[in-house]
Design a protein. Structure first.
Length: 245
């Protein structure tokens, strides 16, 4: 779990935020084409993701407290000829004095879950080299080629505007690209490092260093390669021992 700032309420200049939660409750990645999917292209993966979210709706009393805090703050700023609203909003000490930003109390979160289908591919991208006895200057990156909400029965039972559905799909794609899939890629990278360390004990000897390259060439059309329901990664290892041998 990662703690985030409250969700800003539009029109309050960021003075009020709401508690919220967004999480992936289930995710499976399949490196074989979905059954009967003729549009599945070479070197693609499929993923089924369940994303749940919840918003803390304030009580009536909490609404009144938040409104009073906003009015007192804005009244104070209006009475100050030497202070603009923009400057006041940047003054953390002043905001704290008025108890802002305020997060109205909620009895519980109003939650919902969506089932998402993802089609994508995996490539290698360069990253800053980390110094150490085992160095991998590339990292896998999970791309998204197509994403859609799949639990259509719920949408058909409670029809939603297409723009709202598209907006939800867009937000979930951003959430997956920037939060979830980087963690998955890091796990893959860490697994490769662990396997190489275990299968090449020479790397643990004093004075021996190794650089691991994850090549893409005519001899390796795809790296990583999605083949036979597996994600395969090919490596070149350059080992340098003391004395240059």
């Amino acid at each position: 779990m990662t703690e985030e700032d409250p969700l800003p309420v539009i029109g309050t200049d960021g003075l009020v935020g709401l508690d919220f939660a967004v999480q992936v409750t289930d995710m499976g990645i399949d490196f074989a084409p979905p059954s009967g999917d003729e549009a599945f292209k070479e070197n693609q993966y499929a993923a089924d993701v369940t994303v749940c979210a919840g918003l803390g709706c304030p009580t009536d009393e909490a609404f009144d407290d938040a409104l009073n805090a906003i009015e007192q703050f804005r009244g104070y700023v209006n009475d100050r000829e030497d202070l603009s609203l923009a400057e006041a909003l940047e003054d953390e000490n002043l905001l704290q004095e008025f108890g802002l930003p305020v997060v109205p109390l909620a009895d519980s979160l109003h939650c919902f879950c969506l089932e998402i289908s993802v089609i994508g591919r995996v490539t290698m991208v360069d990253r800053p080299t980390v110094e150490g006895p085992l160095t991998i200057p590339q990292s896998p990156k999970f791309h998204i080629d197509d994403i859609r909400i799949t639990d259509r029965e719920a949408i058909e039972e409670f029809p939603l505007p297409q723009g709202l559905v598209s907006s939800l799909e867009c937000y979930i794609e951003v959430f997956l690209r920037l939060s979830v899939f980087p963690s998955v890629a890091e796990s893959v990278e860490r697994t490769v490092q662990q396997i190489l360390s275990m299968q090449n004990p020479v790397l643990t000897l004093a004075g021996v260093t190794a650089t691991i390259e994850l090549p893409t060439s005519s001899s390796v059309p795809h790296n990583p390669a999605i083949e036979e329901d597996e994600l395969r990664m090919y490596v070149d290892i350059d080992v340098a021992a003391p004395g240059g041998s």
